[in-house]
Design a protein around this ligand. Structure first.
Ligand code: ATP
Ligand code: MG
Length: 359
């Protein structure tokens, strides 16, 4: 893919390279790509889908909105792409307000919706042609832009096949091609890998990373998958029931959980005391002890020395780094996969769509 991309690189959306590039920062890079201030969306039946969120996405970063079903992720994205209006608050894209200048905002944007949007009875090429026209790609540029977008997502050789014969992964890649055919400055992806098998998921991740790295495209993804948020995002906002409960880099957020957890399986009873400078005992049972430490790797030799001195034999040791699920637990007081409210079946419905198209 690397070689193919060179052909589109210098033309793609006129965005300066961010990562690895040495160009000076432009005004746009300094400005926030997306700014949300006290953003609220109340649907007609009094559902507070988004409840006063404030966040900022920097130009050129991959920003993850992580939250379970019904958190308000899709509603946030729909307000950004001007598909639904905020009830109150402000939302700006590169300084342009979505409420007062929706056309200008749309022109900067590419959007991969959570539900499949490609038409199964048209070919991949035809779907892209419609998107190119809808997003005002000029007639003279269309053929070239479509061909580059197809190359980018590795679908050139399947461009003339009907989309209903595509696999779920191919459909997702086609939708990414649709979203980038107008060379957007900001790409919004709503659950980009939902329902995909691990190989297709990895392929989509690679495309997302590459778009960001090669062209500095600002990318906002939503996901309920902590691993996806962790792997892809420069920064994350954790959403729960319409609110943002924490924001930061994955590493910073995990650090707020308070250190590494070391679990020791012992061949005899654990000692009654562990010196505080080693760590804090958080759980003991028959032959198991769990210790919270600031740095697991540094603490292990101290712990083994201490236990040896106490004539306690160790069977096994493991270090668990905090996950984003632990972070979610800390701030939202529940696990990411806990409790799916009955009225929020969006994600489940979309998985079914993929299966139906495949058949
Ligand atoms: N058009 C609508 N009318 C009324 N309520 C809606 C509408 N769209 C979403 N909601 C409700 O708003 C809340 C947030 O939904 P939203 O789709 O934004 O969540 P989400 O985080 O994207 O969830 P999922 O992971 O299931 O896609 C939910 O309670 C949902 O039922
Ligand atoms: Mg959603």
């Amino acid at each position: 893919m690397g070689l193919r991309m060179i052909s589109v690189r210098n033309e793609y959306c006129g965005i300066v390279e961010k990562k690895g590039g040495e160009k000076a920062q432009s005004q746009d890079e300094i400005a926030a790509a997306i700014e949300s201030e006290n953003l609220t969306k109340i649907y007609h039946d009094d559902i507070r889908a988004v409840d006063g969120t404030s966040f900022s996405v920097r130009s050129g970063e991959i920003f993850g909105l992580l939250g379970p079903n019904g958190a308000g992720k899709s509603t946030t994205i729909k307000m950004l792409v001007t598909l639904t209006k905020p009830t109150s608050g402000r939302l700006r894209v590169f300084g342009v307000d979505v409420s007062t200048s929706p056309e200008a905002v749309r022109a900067m944007m590419g959007y991969v919706p959570q539900s499949l949007s490609a038409d199964g009875d048209l070919s991949g090429y035809e779907n892209l042609l419609i998107f190119a026209k809808l997003s005002y790609v000029s007639k003279k540029d269309r053929a070239e832009r479509i061909s580059q977008a197809l190359q980018y997502v590795e679908l050139s050789d399947r461009a003339d096949d009907l989309v209903k014969y595509y696999s779920g992964g191919m459909m997702r890649r086609l939708e990414i091609a649709q979203a980038i055919v107008n060379r957007p400055r900001v790409l919004l992806m709503d659950e980009p890998t939902i329902g995909l098998d691990p190989a297709s998921r990895t392929q989509v991740w690679r495309i997302i990373k590459q778009l960001n790295h090669e062209f500095g495209t600002t990318i906002l993804i939503t996901t309920h998958d902590m691993n996806e948020a962790d792997v892809l995002s420069d920064r994350i906002a954790i959403m729960s029931v319409g609110k943002i409960v924490a924001t930061g880099t994955p590493a910073d957020l995990k650090r707020t959980v308070g250190g590494d957890i070391i679990t020791l399986q012992l061949l005899s009873e654990p000692p009654t005391i562990i010196p505080i400078e080693i760590g804090k005992v958080i759980q003991t049972s028959d032959h198991t002890i769990q210790i919270l430490t600031e740095d697991g790797e540094e603490a292990i030799p101290l712990i083994t020395d201490y236990l040896r001195g106490q004539q306690v034999k160790i069977e096994s040791i493991s270090i668990n780094k905090p996950s984003l699920d632990d972070v979610f637990m800390k701030y939202a007081k529940r696990r990411l996969d806990e409790e799916v409210p009955l009225h929020t079946t969006g994600a489940i419905r979309d998985r079914r769509n993929i299966v139906r198209h495949k058949a």
